[in-house]
Write a protein that binds this ligand. Sequence first.
Ligand SMILES: Cc1ncc(COP(=O)(O)O)c(C=O)c1O
Length: 384
Amino acid sequence: MSKKSFETLLTHAGSKPDEYHGAVNVPPHRMSTIVFRNYADFEKVPNVPYSYGRAGTPSSAAFEEAIAAIEGAYRSVSTCSGLSAIVTVLMAFTQAGDHVLMTDNCYGPSRKSCEEILRRFGVDVEYYPPMIGANIAKLFRPNTKLVFMEAPGSLTFEVQDIGAITAAAKKAGIKTAIDNSWATPLFFRPLEFGIDVSMMTATKYVSGHSDCMLGVVSTNEESWPQVKRTALMLGLCGGSEELYLGLRGLRTLNVRMLQHQKNALDIATWLSAQPQVKRVHHPALPSCPGHENWKKYYKGSSGTFGIILHQTDREKIAAMLDGMEIFNLGFSWGGFESLLFPEQPKPIRTATAWEEEGFSLRLHIGLEDAEDIRADLAAGLARL
Ligand SMILES: Cc1ncc(COP(=O)(O)O)c(C=O)c1O
């Protein structure tokens, strides 16, 4: 496709109607075995487009082509979940004796993967204060191989100084990677910014309908062989239906994200004025740590943010949560529906203390009517 705007790429990238009887989206390809008609063709492997389901199918190729286009990446590789995409990145650039810098506000299972996999294989993991900025350079060691960022951070939503961290790492010849699941390339494009690797859980906004598990890693040219090879050797691949749903989700990512943004900003602003709410951590509001960085680097905000309630009494909190009509409790976000997640950040941190007293809630604001969402929350707050 000739150079097209982001919205047009979202709508058309990866689409191949001529190859699929006019079907607008590439249909799911359920393939494990791929047969060869003769020995000469067999001998061409691996220099053929498809040789075995795990190594790639037209479904993965279409999804990866579309993601690479919207990320402005050299290439992308799909995996079976966001977490497997993270593990791919962690393992691609490290070996025994190396040192990795991971942000202290990372997604919980990213931390567990560092602890339970990297450490077991002899990689030293150090968690750094998310707001460290250019001072990250003070933590660099001769064996530092990777700086992993996540912005905004899981649960606590600090927005890192991505520019300062990336510049320092680049100067020292250290690879940089970011979990870009919250923003998606609609609001932030890491590769264009000089970050080597961008990963996303496509389970969230990309697929957008809370019915699919999928991950994707996008890289610059230099980082591609290591990432692709690692995903392959870890045996990771997206399922055919999931890849189809991921690609289909991309087609409406733009409109969904803009509506999530509008609803979430509306609700976050309203929550800021409620007496039961101590603080709102929405990157687009000044009360969020790193709001200045959000203004500097991001083109918009998605539907997920955090609040801290004054109330900490378990029975009162349960009364609030159990009586919600629109919101459900769930370990997720990024779907069309509103969700609440009551995990507390304090016990998770190690490099920085989470000093904020009160009860933390992560909100994902869905595509319901904003007035209905507000009414549900207002009734919930009144039960505290
Ligand atoms: C920020 C972030 N990254 C990665 C993941 C992992 O994605 P998945 O659930 O697809 O493995 C999650 C899941 O909640 C997440 O919140």
